[in-house]
Design a protein around this ligand. Structure first.
Ligand SMILES: Nc1nc2c(ncn2[C@@H]2O[C@H](COP(=O)(O)OP(=O)(O)OP(=O)(O)O)[C@@H](O)[C@H]2O)c(=O)[nH]1
Ligand SMILES: [Mg+2]
Length: 312
């Protein structure tokens, strides 16, 4: 009954002939959270933020920063994710990458962003790499994605949907090393349209996944726009792991990309807000933390391979 009493449900009087009370069990909520999640409080938020501020890439890999690559359909929220992370560290809503809706991808180039910690004025030890969206017509080319994963394309490279990149691109990195390569691929997927994702986009996502698998690069999914799929999440984002709708979409995303469900992170980006919210920050930072941990796994594997090769 929560806060309700017999008087409150009967509008403050006992002038009723019968009163039946039902417990609604079905609905958009599960009784036990479908995923263990951190408590939504200031302490959790500060711990996560601290972890990310202190993060250093796996030492033996000897790279200055780790590279997180955001890929996904046009309008999925790639640039907004980057802006959300930047806003959290800046302490106010910010918009370093252009985001919004357009006929084709709003992001036209490959952009590596470093986030700054304003207190120490130091830049954090990871790049978040934004890309042109995948779409049916003027998409980012499959070949260009291979070049990005391998670290061949220079920062600010403008994608040409009609022509794949080549060694003639100014600034093309001919002999990329581990520091130039991508260390984790994040598929950014719009959770509110995943049910109607066109087959051609699914095929492209699967192709990119195969490119990452071939290279041993780990993958995650950040499932955005969760506020649009469940009213309870829209009202209070801390309901995320109690929402059956969200659980269903997470399962669907895991199926589409072909990765374990625990590698799918439902989030919400800043879009209409004018102030920061701790519970939103906790979800987004939790997703970023996992990306950094997976990037380190990749760097550890690569440094072992390099050590083995040098012993031969
Ligand atoms: N409601 C809601 N809107 C979002 C969320 N994330 C992004 N948006 C909105 O979705 C639209 C597209 O966001 P972008 O970040 O530009 O998407 P993108 O993936 O970078 O798109 P391209 O650069 O065009 O490929 C914008 O209007 C955002 O405000 C979210 O979590 N919830
Ligand atoms: Mg964009």
């Amino acid at each position: 009954m929560g806060e309700e009493t017999n008087l409150s449900v009967a509008n403050g009087h006992n002038d009723v002939t019968e009163l039946e009370v039902y417990l609604v069990k079905d609905g958009p909520f599960v009784e036990i959270a479908w995923r263990e999640s951190p408590e939504c409080n200031l302490q959790t938020y500060q711990k996560l933020k601290e972890f990310i501020m202190r993060y250093e890439p796996f030492e033996e890999a000897d790279v200055p920063v780790s590279n997180i690559l955001l890929l996904g359909q046009v309008d999925a929220g790639k640039s907004s994710f980057l802006n959300t992370i930047n806003s959290i560290f800046k302490g106010k809503i910010s918009s370093r990458a252009c985001s919004g809706s357009a006929e084709n991808s709003l992001t036209k180039s490959f952009e590596k962003f470093r986030i700054r910690d304003p207190t120490s004025k130091k830049r954090l030890k990871f790049n978040i790499c934004d890309t042109r969206g995948i779409e049916e017509g003027l998409s980012i080319n499959d070949e260009d994605i291979g070049f990005i994963l391998d670290g061949n394309l220079p920062n600010h490279y403008t994608f040409n949907p009609f022509e794949k990149a080549s060694t003639k691109v100014p600034g093309f990195v001919k002999d990329p090393t581990l520091k130039d390569r991508m260390h984790i691929v994040v598929f950014v997927i719009d959770g509110s349209t995943i049910d109607v994702l066109p087959e051609i986009i699914i095929k492209k996502l699967k192709y990119i996944k195969a490119l990452a698998v071939d290279r041993g690069i780990p993958q995650l999914v950040f499932l955005t726009k969760m506020d649009k799929v469940c009213g309870f999440v829209e009202k209070d984002i801390s309901n995320m792991f109690m929402s059956e709708v969200v659980e269903g979409l997470v399962n669907k995303a895991a199926d589409v990309i072909g990765i374990p469900r625990s590698h799918v992170f439902p989030v919400k980006n800043y879009e209409k807000e004018t102030n920061l919210h701790i519970n939103l920050n906790i979800l987004v930072l939790g997703a970023l933390r996992q990306a950094l941990l997976f990037a380190d796994d990749f760097l550890e594997n690569q440094s072992e391979i390099e050590q083995e090769n040098s012993r031969r």
